[in-house]
Design a protein around this ligand. Structure first.
Ligand SMILES: [Zn+2]
Length: 250
């Protein structure tokens, strides 16, 4: 089994029904968080994720809407009684920002500590991030206003592939990374530098040969029907608009 649950779907401005973008992948034995916004403990519990299975977090870049939930996550796991190692993966800049925030918060002195692993993701195409019993995750630098990575996640149980663009302009390196994805999760912020429109996300899905496109990181006040239609027209395959708590099995 491999399951992806969207925990948040909105671009930088969230609302009551759409937290900022993050998601969780679950296998039989392990779970992996990608980016960390919103209220992670509440959302993970509401999504039915066993917190003892959650062993790692990959941060795609350090814009606040992708990382502001990290202190809450780490505090919540302590309160939950975690003792096992928790691994955090990100680029050198991402890790420096996260550790800087946590140091400002004095987390070394918090009660009930558990060990954390700090793992730098190389900014090279197809860099191996995680190779576990259940998942292989690779990353590629994308085109954003900060160092950012797109991800390709392969379930070793099913062979299914999910690719996630994070924030980026249309990017050839990400198209190569996401080739043949069963589910392509692509941002659709709009016509801004370092971001993509619905049409561009649709084109990327076509270039990747993706089986399904899921639009995410969209402005909640946009014309969402039009956004989806633009992507569908360009892609020609099935397009979903990500919703919080949507589940994809792959
Ligand atoms: Zn960003």
């Amino acid at each position: 089994m491999a399951k992806l649950t969207i925990l948040g779907s909105a671009a930088a401005v969230p609302d009551m029904d759409h937290e900022n973008v993050y998601m969780v992948l679950e296998g039989k034995k392990s779970a992996l968080l990608i980016d960390c916004a919103g209220s992670p403990l509440a959302r993970l519990r509401a999504a039915g994720v066993d917190l003892d299975k959650l062993g790692s977090l990959i941060v795609t870049h350090h814009h606040p809407d992708h990382i502001y939930g990290v202190p809450s996550l780490l505090l919540g796991l302590r309160m939950h009684g975690r003792r096992a190692l928790f691994d955090i993966f990100g680029t050198r800049e991402n890790l420096a920002v996260i550790w800087g925030i946590m140091d400002l918060l004095g987390w070394q002195k918090w009660p009930n500590p558990f060990p954390t692993g700090r793992h730098e993701v190389k900014m090279t195409e197809g860099a191996l991030v995680i190779d576990s019993d259940e998942f292989e995750v690779r990353a590629t630098p994308t085109e954003h206003s900060l160092p950012s990575i797109g991800l390709r996640i392969v379930s070793k149980a099913t062979g299914g592939v999910v690719a996630y663009s994070s924030d980026t302009s249309p990017c050839d390196a990400f198209v190569r990374l996401a080739q043949g994805a069963d589910i392509l999760i692509h941002e659709s912020t709009g016509d801004y530098v370092g971001h993509s429109t619905g049409t561009q996300a649709g084109a990327v899905a076509g270039h990747c040969g993706a089986r399904k496109l899921v639009l995410i990181h969209y402005p909640i006040d946009a014309d969402l029907k039009a956004l989806r239609w633009e992507a569908e027209k360009e892609f020609g395959g099935p397009v979903d608009l990500a919703e919080d708590f949507a589940v994809y099995v792959f």
